[in-house]
Design a protein around this ligand. Structure first.
Ligand SMILES: Nc1ncnc2c1ncn2[C@@H]1O[C@H](COP(=O)(O)OP(=O)(O)OP(=O)(O)O)[C@@H](O)[C@H]1O
Ligand SMILES: [Mg+2]
Length: 441
């Protein structure tokens, strides 16, 4: 088997030399050709390596089953024959940075046994990361493993100014580990992002608010913020927010107004439509909460109880009527995670232990989405669970203070909305006048 590998690689090297000698390309063209050949060589090597070593790896990991059969042979008598049953490697697909394996269970094997094999597989082949997802066909017996052999999201990327189109459904936050774009759905979703201090929650926060800025400017989105850390984070992009609450009382007031808006919209939409579609003048209400725990865990008892009650209600009624919450949390303790079930999508940035990963993404998820293994220097990197239940690693682009300020001054919220406390009662549907202007201007 080693001969095949050696001949294959030898052939590629010979081809490379032939190209250089016969065509005599210019230096950049030669470098590009060599890069291309190196990539093909690498992919061929990965393909062969997985094909040739699959059975031995499966056997050593305890995925295969050995049977000993006794057979009678003429003139020899009884003889024992050893037979292995291995999970079947149905396909090996390579890309410039990853290898995807399609594997079918052997007879008598549970799909969960195969899925649990992913961390061992990744370690055996020194993969930087992995993910497991169901196969399109025969999902009951077949599983896909994607092993990232070269980490495309190792180097950080800087966010660009948002696309000036009005966009409320999804926002582009960065890249997936496959190199494809990472888009987050905003409409019809409540999102919670959990990550230790310095894990890069700010990139996700500004990725959401900054990308929605063109919609904020035409009043297709109204952003409100709760920032009980003295407004440190949100005031950087203050013009984008209609209001920012910086004290517990202001936050409770804001939550109360949001519940009122959601109630009123439910009333209006009943019998007409099941889902609200935002547009200019009929906006998506977005509530951004930086450090949810400062509201639900560390605040005074009264504020805490009222905030929790209102937030739980908002999370259960707001989604379909265009009133959504995007919250950020450092510490996934019980008080906060109590509400986890009400958030419809979760982003797990760097966490401190496998236990925290299980708390945030769900029991038993630590081996499939190891957020506790994200390195400190990989800020903005996170694990997510896609609609189909598969996990993926993503990295949000970095939003510098300067970019936040530039986008905020380019796409400010409509000024008349920001001075809401001077408006006459009933000017805004369901909006009460107790909203406090937390220094958002
Ligand atoms: N996407 C990113 N890529 C590269 N570096 C980043 C990224 N996001 C953040 N950083 C770096 O990490 C630092 C901390 O990030 P950030 O303030 O977003 O963390 P945080 O999770 O909000 O922390 P805290 O909970 O303490 O507020 C930033 O100052 C920046 O230098
Ligand atoms: Mg922060």
């Amino acid at each position: 088997m080693n001969e095949t590998i050696i001949y294959g690689l030898g052939g590629l090297v010979a081809l490379a030399i032939a190209v250089l000698v016969v065509i005599k390309p210019t230096r950049p063209a030669a470098l590009a050709a060599l890069g291309w050949l190196a990539s093909i060589g690498r992919r061929a090597w990965w393909w062969l390596r997985f094909r040739l070593t699959w059975k031995s790896v499966a056997r050593e990991a305890g995925l295969s089953k050995r049977r000993t059969k006794r057979v009678k042979r003429m003139g020899v008598g009884e003889e024992s024959i050893e037979k292995w049953r291995d999970p079947r490697l149905k396909r090996v697909k390579t890309s410039a940075h990853s290898v995807t394996l399609k594997v079918r269970t052997r007879r008598g094997q549970a799909l969960a046994d195969l899925e649990a094999f992913a961390p061992k597989l990744a370690a055996t082949y020194s993969a930087d990361a992995y993910r497991v997802f169901p196969a399109k066909r025969r999902a009951g017996s077949t599983v896909m493993f994607e092993l990232v052999m070269r980490d495309l999201i190792k180097t950080p990327a800087v966010a660009a100014k948002p696309d000036p189109r009005m966009q409320t459904e999804t926002v582009r936050l960065g890249r997936r580990q496959s190199g494809k774009p990472f888009d987050l759905q905003i409409e019809q979703r409540h999102t919670v992002a959990v990550g230790a201090s310095g894990s890069g929650k700010g990139s996700i926060l500004w990725g959401v608010v900054g990308s929605l800025a063109p919609s904020i400017a035409v009043d297709a989105v109204r952003a409100y913020g709760i920032d009980l850390k003295g407004g440190m984070e949100l005031t950087m992009g203050a013009p984008l927010f209609t209001k920012i609450a910086v004290t517990g009382e202001q936050a409770v007031e804001m939550l109360r107004d949001f519940v009122a808006i959601a109630d009123q919209r439910t009333e209006e939409l009943r019998g007409h439509s099941r889902n609200h579609k935002p547009g200019p003048g009929d906006p998506l209400y977005l509530l951004v909460i930086d450090e949810l725990a400062s509201l639900t865990a560390y605040a005074d008892r009264e504020v805490k109880q009222e905030a929790e009650r209102l937030l739980k209600r908002l999370l259960s009624i707001g989604r379909a009527v265009g009133v959504v919450v995007v919250a950020f949390v450092q510490d996934p303790r019980k008080e906060v995670i109590d509400m986890r079930g009400l958030f419809t999508q979760t982003i797990a940035l760097r966490l401190r232990s496998a236990m925290e990963t299980n708390m945030v993404l769900g029991d038993g998820m630590a081996p499939f989405a190891p957020a506790h293994r994200i390195l400190k220097g990989a800020q903005g990197t996170a694990w997510i669970i896609d609609e189909d239940g598969s996990t993926d690693r993503v990295r949000a682009d970095y939003w510098s203070d300067d970019l936040i300020r530039r986008v905020a001054s380019l796409y400010p919220a409509e000024p008349e909305l920001v001075t809401i406390s001077d408006a006459a009662p009933g000017d805004l549907p369901g909006m009460q006048l107790s909203l406090t202007d937390g220094g958002s201007r």
